[in-house]
Structure formats: structure tokens, C-alpha cells
Design a protein around this ligand. Structure first.
Ligand SMILES: *[C@@H]1O[C@H](CO)[C@@H](O)[C@H](O)[C@H]1NC(C)=O
Ligand SMILES: CC(=O)N[C@H]1CO[C@H](CO)[C@@H](O)[C@@H]1O
Length: 727
């Protein structure tokens, strides 16, 4: 007996150790994602793809699985097709397509991921609409299996992404009910359940309405941050209930929680053609209560909003509530939340158990005011970054898949769950977080590298004819800066630059390099001005036009301010956009007003990461617009930074003239050209159309140096030259 017990104990402890080992292993993996905060976060690097791949290989030998049900990236996906940037081939449209799927395809085809060449593609997206697989639905597409067989690159579904919002039909609404065999394809689907979902392979999507916009998207609706949240209702829900059948139980029981005071949960059975035949004894009373409340009012005036399952696990409520800034309380057991492999939903939602419905009031009453505020803010952040448009939902899907491809760089939990979000964070740009402009303040660090800036002077007007030309004087001025690291001349003129001997000499510590812009302006017509360049060794770039007029003090002041706002464009000359009612279009003006929304990059400091975003992240349509006009790249840069940060640029000390007046009568500056201005106006409208909204943000802030214009001795001031030239 004693021996047997000891034996049992031994087995038990071995099992425990094994659990602790493998469980801990997994927990550590998860921890890498979850520990994205504070001091621990500051040390965390991007998780290397290679390491995970290695781990995956060690655990299980790479065999082709017999069943697609056990697909993983290393077994069902050909990673060898994916080199360089993620390339997606979208098949030509085939058969009828719902408005939603047309938006999915259109967003993809216009995106930077799109390729026309299937042999270069890493991922394939069907031209067949598979969103609605309920055979009773008008959007159901017939003969999908036959259509799939005709696809030239189907290959059992490998490297394909299949989008799906609805599967199955009455009465089962079964998840397998796709009506075709998706094989080894990655399923990006709504209402995914934990049991069917293939972890780290499939993607869980949110259910979105037919009216969901393709691009842009509404901002979150929670405008105030009142603390504590003194909303009229604590918990609200208004919606249908089904009386019978799958998913009906939870909603049928909600009336138990309704108290007409702070808990308002009202349902109706009045939907569908034959509701009268199906109704139960509560229907009439429920319908009366239901009519007393308005959905929109509830959404805006409730702290928590219930998101119960519908027939399927997901419901439209989820996105509606998220946008409204009402903290979702989920009642949908075993639902796999949208993008839950990367989004930390603990920060934005509460989970309740359908079987323990009566505990929900206690649950929501137990949440403190601080957590409520944090959760509400997180709902807005997540909504705007990943859900407010179909484009964002599709791009998020692609980015999650890209991160799973063995050997690829990945973002950590902080990048996914904080501003500005993963969609504008290029993980291949750097492997430490402080190399990006976004999290420096949260991490309490400054950018790596020297405490200095690189001056980048863009020269397209041709060789200066005189040693006192503006360009040479500008170089002299800048080389006297306290923070200059290097001066780069981006030479963008057909005629060769002057010989080295003609250029002004700079101090030994300030190298001057001349770069041939044509080398850096590859086929796509991406402006050389914003190309990433190995010689830009500092985080800060001071971009200058060759005829800009800037003193060393102005450069230093701009850099000093930028250090406090590393994610913004900080500079001198500013412009404004406005809505022109008469034309029904956006206007662009250089008129002096209180407001501005653009800081021209003819004299501005910004983070070099924006060179990467500009070159690699912007969709080809935008590059084309700039190339066609040979203009507007600075407006596009402003749109990009505003889109990423949702903040305006920063304008420094007012100065009437930042361009040198033309030296000779024949100087052909594009600024003297009236067409130039009209072009810029039309660019602005193109950009707004491609972004799907007007990204520029207006501001009235102007920053001056300390003691600027104060009646004290100039010697007491830090930036003395600014005083002399600023007007
Ligand atoms: C150079 O700096 C001086 C003041 O130190 C200023 O008056 C002049 O306009 C600057 N010139 C250029 C071309 O930046
Ligand atoms: C009843 C109630 O509190 N209604 C408020 C709901 O929210 C809107 C907008 O926030 C207010 O205007 C209502 O007064």
C-alpha cells in the first residue's frame, strides 16, 4: 500500500513538473505579449520570429497534417513564398459580390500589399464572395466548390485567406457550415468559437454592418473623459430575442436583470414574419418596455453595455458598443474575440458567463472608477486603430498573418495595444522600441544615437552660381549649430552638382555628403526627399529647401522642441487647409491666420522613422499623385504624420520670410508659379480621398523661445539670433 502511494505521488509530481515546464513555457510566450507596460516594457524588444520558429520545430516535427483541422503556420503554409514585403494577390472578381466584399477587395487592391504577379505573391485572396454562407441569405454565392477548383493557384487552399462573416443557417447556425471545403486556407471569420479555431493560424474577425465604410471611418464617440463616469445607466442593452432555438436562452433571461433604474435590459420578440406565432407569455410586456428606451440614448448614457451572443457567437453590438465608448460586457461563452491573438481585450471589456447571468450586476458594480476610465479610453483606441473601417479590419488581418510567418519581425503587445497602433508600426524598421518616435515618453528615454540632428537639404534648382548664394549661406549657418551631426545634400537636378571645392567648408566634426537623388528615386516615383538613407544616423532630421533661410539658432531651437515632441513635425513655415463650401472641396492657403495644420518641410524637424513610413507604407496611389505633379510631397508628409499621430504639427516662432528672395531675375522657383498653388489644392483633395478622410488636424499653438521679445538684455536669452531675424 505504502509503495503504491509513493509511486502515485511520484507520478503526480512528475506530471506536475511537466505541466509547470510546458505551461510555464507557454505562459512565458504569452507574457512576452502581455507584459508590455512600464519598466518591464521598456526593456522588451520585438519578439524575434526566428526564435519562435525554432521553438515550434523543436516541439513537433514538421509533417503535413492529415487534416486541415490541425493546421499550423509551419505545416499548412508555404513560408518560402513570402520574401520581402508582404505581397497579396487578389483574384479577379468572380460571381456576384456583396457590397461588403466589394469593399474588402477594393481596399486590398488599392493597398501597398497588392501585387499583380501571382508568382510573387505570399498570400492569395479570393475573388469569390464567401462572406455570407447562409444559404437562405440573398448574398449567398452558389457553386463555390466548383469555382474554387477552377482557381489556378488554389493548391488545396495553401497561402489563401478566406473571409467569412456568417456560416450555417437555421436552426443550427453551425460553424462548419461554409458550404465548401476551405482546405488549408487561413479562415478569417466572425463568430469564431474557441473550439473550432485553429490558434495562431485562423483569424477572428468582428461582425460589421453592410454600411461599414471602406476607409476612414468614424472616430470614437466618447468625447469627454469625465471622471468618475457619472452616466445615467450602469448597464444597458436593447435588442431582439429569439424565444426559441440556439442562442435564445441568454437573451430570453435578460428581463431578470432589468430594474428600470441603473440596469436597463430590454428585448423584443417583434421581428421576423411570424413572430406572433412564436411568441411566449413575456413578449407583450417585453415589447412595451422595449419601446420605452432608445438605443442611441442608452449607448451614450450607459457605462457598460451588454453584448450577448446572437444566433451566432458574434454580434453587431460588439463594434457599436466599442465605438460608443460603452465598456462591453460579453455574454457569449467560448467566443473567440476579434484579433485576440494580438489585442489584449482585458484592458477594454468584461467577460461574464452566460450560465451565471444573475451575477452580472455584481460584476459591473465591482469595477472601480479608474478602471472604467481606462477601459473606456481603450475602447476608443482599439476602435480607431483596428475596427472603424473595412480597410483597417482587412489590414489588421494581413498584419497578424505576416507576423506569424516564420522568420518575420513581430511587434510586441505594447505596439498592438497602445497608440498609434500596429498598423503604422513597421516591425522591420528596428528591433528596439526606442528607435520609434512613439513610446519614448512612456519609456522615459530619449532616442538612441547622438543627441543631434541630420540636416537634409533638397536641391532641385541647379548649381549655385555664386559663393554667397542662399544654399551656401544656409550650409554655413547650419554648420554652426550646436546639434548638427551631418549635412546631406540630396541633389535632384539633371545637371551635376558643383565640384567639392566650390562647396563651403564645414567644421571637421560636421561632414557634408552629396547624394544623387536619382539613385534614390526608384521606379515607383517615390520622392527622394523622404527616402530612408543610411547616412541619416540620428533620429532627428532637419529637412530644408535649398532656398530656405534659417539661422543656427533656429535650427537648434527646432531640434530642442522636437525632443519633447518626437512624433510630430516641428518647424517654421505653416499653412492651413479649410473646407471650401462654394467648391465643395478642400482648400489650401498660405494666408496668415491664427490656425495652421501643415508645417512645410522646407524648414522642419521630424523623426527619421517617417521616411520609412512615407516610402514603404503609403499606398501606391498617393506616390503616383505626388510623382505626377512633382509637387505636394510635403503636404503628403503632413497628412501621413497627422494620420499616424492624430495630432497637429508644431509651429515655432513666427517669421515673415523663410525663403530667400530670388537672387537673379531668371531664378525659376516653383513658388512663383500660380499653377503650383492650384496643384497643391488638388493634391490635398486626392490625399483626403485616398486616406478616406481629411487627416490634417488644426492647431493654434505657437512655440517661442523663453524670454522671446521680453524687454531684457539679449545676452540673457538662449537663442539670440532668433530675436534679430524673427518679426
Ligand atoms: C544665416 O544666418 C543669418 C543670421 O545669423 C541670417 O540673417 C541669414 O538669413 C541666414 N541665411 C540663410 C541663407 O539661411
Ligand atoms: C437621459 C440622459 O441622460 N440623456 C443623455 C444621454 O446622452 C446625451 C448625449 O451625451 C445627452 O444629451 C442626454 O441628455
Amino acid at each position: 500500500m505504502q509503495a503504491k502511494k509513493r509511486y502515485l505521488l511520484l507520478v503526480a509530481s512528475c506530471a506536475f513538473l511537466a505541466c509547470a515546464y510546458f505551461g510555464g513555457y507557454r505562459a512565458r510566450g504569452a507574457g512576452g505579449r502581455a507584459s508590455g507596460e512600464g519598466a518591464a516594457g521598456a526593456r522588451a524588444f520585438w519578439r524575434g520570429g526566428a526564435e519562435e520558429e525554432e521553438r515550434g520545430r523543436r516541439r513537433r516535427p514538421s509533417l503535413r497534417p492529415l487534416s486541415p483541422a490541425s493546421c499550423r503556420m509551419d505545416t499548412c503554409f508555404e513560408a518560402s513564398k513570402c520574401r520581402g514585403e508582404l505581397a497579396v494577390y487578389v483574384y479577379p472578381s468572380e460571381g456576384p459580390a456583396s457590397p461588403s466584399y466589394r469593399k474588402v477587395l477594393s481596399a486590398l487592391r488599392q493597398s501597398r500589399y497588392a501585387t499583380d504577379d501571382p508568382s510573387r505573391a505570399c498570400l492569395f485572396v479570393l475573388g469569390i464572395d464567401t462572406l455570407d454562407r447562409d444559404p437562405l441569405s440573398p448574398d449567398f454565392v452558389h457553386n463555390v466548390p466548383q469555382r474554387l477548383q477552377r482557381l489556378p493557384f488554389w493548391n488545396g487552399g495553401r497561402n489563401h485567406v478566406v473571409f467569412n462573416l456568417y456560416s450555417g443557417t437555421w436552426p443550427e447556425y453551425s460553424e462548419e457550415g461554409l458550404g465548401f471545403d476551405a482546405g488549408y486556407a487561413i479562415l478569417a471569420r466572425a463568430s469564431a468559437s474557441v473550439s473550432r479555431f485553429r490558434p495562431l493560424f485562423d483569424i477572428s474577425l468582428p461582425l460589421f454592418h453592410k454600411q461599414h465604410p471602406e476607409k476612414g471611418g468614424e472616430p470614437g464617440a466618447a468625447v469627454d473623459n469625465n471622471f468618475p463616469a457619472d452616466k445615467r445607466y450602469l448597464l444597458a442593452f436593447k435588442g431582439k430575442r429569439y424565444v426559441h432555438g440556439i442562442g435564445s436562452e441568454t437573451r430570453n433571461s435578460l428581463w431578470h436583470l432589468h430594474n428600470e433604474r441603473d440596469l436597463v435590459l430590454v428585448t423584443t420578440c417583434r421581428h421576423g414574419k411570424s413572430w406572433r406565432n412564436m411568441k411566449d407569455e413575456r413578449c407583450d410586456e417585453d415589447n412595451r418596455e422595449y419601446d420605452r428606451y432608445e438605443y442611441e440614448v442608452l449607448l451614450q448614457n450607459s457605462t457598460f453595455c451588454l453584448v450577448p451572443r446572437g444566433r451566432r457567437l458574434g454580434s453587431f453590438r460588439f463594434l457599436e458598443v466599442l465605438q460608443a465608448g460603452c465598456v462591453p460586457v460579453l455574454l457569449s461563452n467560448s467566443w473567440r474575440l476579434p484579433f485576440s491573438s494580438v489585442i489584449d481585450w482585458n484592458k477594454a471589456v468584461l467577460w461574464a458567463d452566460e450560465r451565471l447571468l444573475l451575477q452580472v450586476p455584481e460584476l459591473v458594480r465591482s469595477v472601480g472608477a479608474a478602471r472604467i476610465l481606462a477601459m473606456r479610453q481603450q475602447t476608443q483606441l482599439l476602435w480607431e486603430q483596428y475596427f472603424s473601417s473595412i480597410e483597417k479590419i482587412v489590414f489588421t488581418t494581413l498584419e497578424i498573418i505576416a507576423e506569424r510567418i516564420p522568420g518575420r519581425a513581430r511587434r510586441d503587445a505594447l505596439a498592438w495595444n497602445s497608440a498609434p497602433g500596429a498598423l503604422v508600426t513597421l516591425p522591420q524598421y528596428a528591433d528596439t522600441r526606442d528607435a520609434y518616435p512613439f513610446w519614448l515618453e512612456a519609456m522615459g528615454t530619449s532616442p538612441p544615437g547622438p543627441n543631434a540632428f541630420t540636416a537634409l537639404i533638397y536641391c532641385q534648382l541647379g548649381a549655385p552660381t555664386h559663393p554667397t548664394s542662399p544654399l551656401y549661406r544656409l550650409i554655413k549657418n547650419i554648420s554652426r549649430s550646436r546639434y548638427i551631426h551631418r549635412i546631406l545634400i540630396m541633389w535632384a537636378n539633371d545637371r551635376p552638382p558643383p565640384p567639392r571645392s566650390r562647396w563651403p567648408s564645414t567644421p571637421y566634426s560636421v561632414p557634408l555628403d552629396i547624394i544623387d537623388a536619382s539613385v534614390y528615386s526608384p521606379g515607383m516615383g517615390i520622392s527622394a526627399r523622404f527616402q530612408p538613407h543610411a547616412l541619416i544616423e540620428t533620429a532627428a532630421v532637419l529637412q530644408l529647401d535649398e532656398d530656405a533661410s534659417l539661422t543656427a539658432d533656429e535650427a537648434d531651437f527646432a531640434y530642442t522642441v522636437w525632443k519633447d515632441f518626437p512624433d510630430r513635425i516641428v518647424g517654421y513655415p505653416a499653412r492651413t487647409h479649410f473646407w471650401d463650401d462654394a467648391k465643395g472641396a478642400w482648400g489650401y492657403t498660405s494666408r496668415w491666420t491664427n490656425e495652421y495644420s501643415i508645417v512645410l518641410t522646407g524648414a522642419a524637424v521630424y523623426h527619421r522613422y517617417y521616411h520609412d513610413l512615407y516610402t514603404r507604407w503609403l499606398p501606391p496611389l498617393l506616390h503616383k499623385a505626388v510623382a505626377q505633379t512633382n509637387n505636394c510631397e510635403d503636404i503628403l508628409m503632413n497628412c501621413l504624420v497627422a494620420h499616424v499621430t492624430r495630432r497637429p504639427p508644431l509651429k515655432l516662432t513666427q517669421r515673415k520670410q523663410y525663403k530667400e528672395p530670388p537672387q537673379t531675375a531668371g531664378a525659376r522657383s516653383p513658388w512663383n508659379d500660380p499653377d503650383h498653388f492650384i496643384q497643391r489644392q488638388s493634391c490635398l483633395n486626392t490625399f483626403a480621398a485616398v486616406f478616406g478622410y481629411m487627416p490634417l488636424v488644426r492647431s493654434r499653438v505657437r512655440l517661442d523661445p523663453m524670454l522671446f521679445k521680453d524687454p531684457v538684455s539679449n545676452l540673457r536669452k538662449k537663442y539670440r539670433q532668433i530675436e534679430l531675424v524673427g518679426s
